[in-house]
Ligand binder design. Sequence first.
Ligand code: PMP
Length: 398
Amino acid sequence: LFAAVEMAPRDPILGLNEQFNADPNPAKVNLGVGVYFDANGKLPLLRCVAQAEAAMQADPKARGYLPIDGIAAYDKAVQGLVFGADSAVLQAKRVATVQAIGGTGGLKIGADFLKRLNPDAQVLISDPSWENHRALFSNAGFQVGSYPYYDAAKLGINFDGMLASLNTATAGTVIVLHACCHNPTGYDLSPAQWEQVVATVKARQLVPFLDMAYQGFGEGIAEDGAVIQQFLAAGLDFFVSTSFSKSFSLYGERVGALSVVCASAEEAGRVLSQLKIVIRTNYSNPPTHGAQVVALVLGTPALRQLWEEELAGMRLRIRAMRSALVEALKTAGVDQDLSFVTRQKGMFSYSGLNAAQMQRLRSEFGVYGVDSGRICVAALNEQNLPQVAQAMAAVMRG
Ligand code: PMP
């Protein structure tokens, strides 16, 4: 039966992890991962999460099946976070939101729904993008192309190229956009650039799909969500996937959502019914624990305040590490302008290093990043920073 099955290619980042684990260098540093570590290099358990779980354990409940679209209080909390609790679009009940298995699950539900809705549509992702975007939309049956995004020579965004690409896309093309904290580059559009993207998407009748996996990691919860308000203000229908993997440090609980902004409450009702079919025929209904934790934290004022403080703590620590990296590189003798590192947002930095330099970082210094030049700034700390900076400076000097 399986004689003709071919070996699938390995996930490149997981391959990097295996290489890291096998490296005997005691001073090795893993900056390849997409995970936030605290100042001690540990994956944090947020206090708001621990307190919510303690409250849940004090009043244990049986685990029945959830509704297909998940915990109602959770979906409502997601909507408040993404669109603003008092927003007109929520008051008009124009948004269909479903709980999903992580941000990945939200993207997948959206992709499957779009395939039923508009089977011949093209999908465009940023070049480069989170690698799973391409695989996920391809596996849903779409042709996936890309729009220019990163400009290596400029160490920034090729915004003209991006706009030109959107301007030639045919009506109905699905445009996957990173709402904030672009993975892998760390470069985000400015509000003025977003305004141009919104206008182009509207004029060309494109279908925006915003992937928001890092809300709160860039500038703040509302600030990172401001792009959603720009799409709302233009009167567009659009998709938003949400992930709480990073913002709650709940990676393994798989907590996410998909929201679809529709023209009317009646339309949102029909869209919701179709999203439920997608879920029902894939995994029937979502799991309880993680979404219950998030719903409890977001719905309890004291816990929510604690979460906002802890999220701000993660955000500020990443920013401090960006500045510290730039300073340490300067001290180590790198004289090129590195201000781009502190302009970037979120967990990642496109360091500007090429594949050969990234390989030298690994083999000579035990510093593991992705060959594209991506390093996870959220894995830097006071202990590993001097070594990382020395290693980077050495390969930058050539
Ligand atoms: N989108 C982007 C841009 C991401 O970086 C990630 C996580 N690496 C996801 C979606 C998926 O998030 P989750 O782990 O919640 O499925």
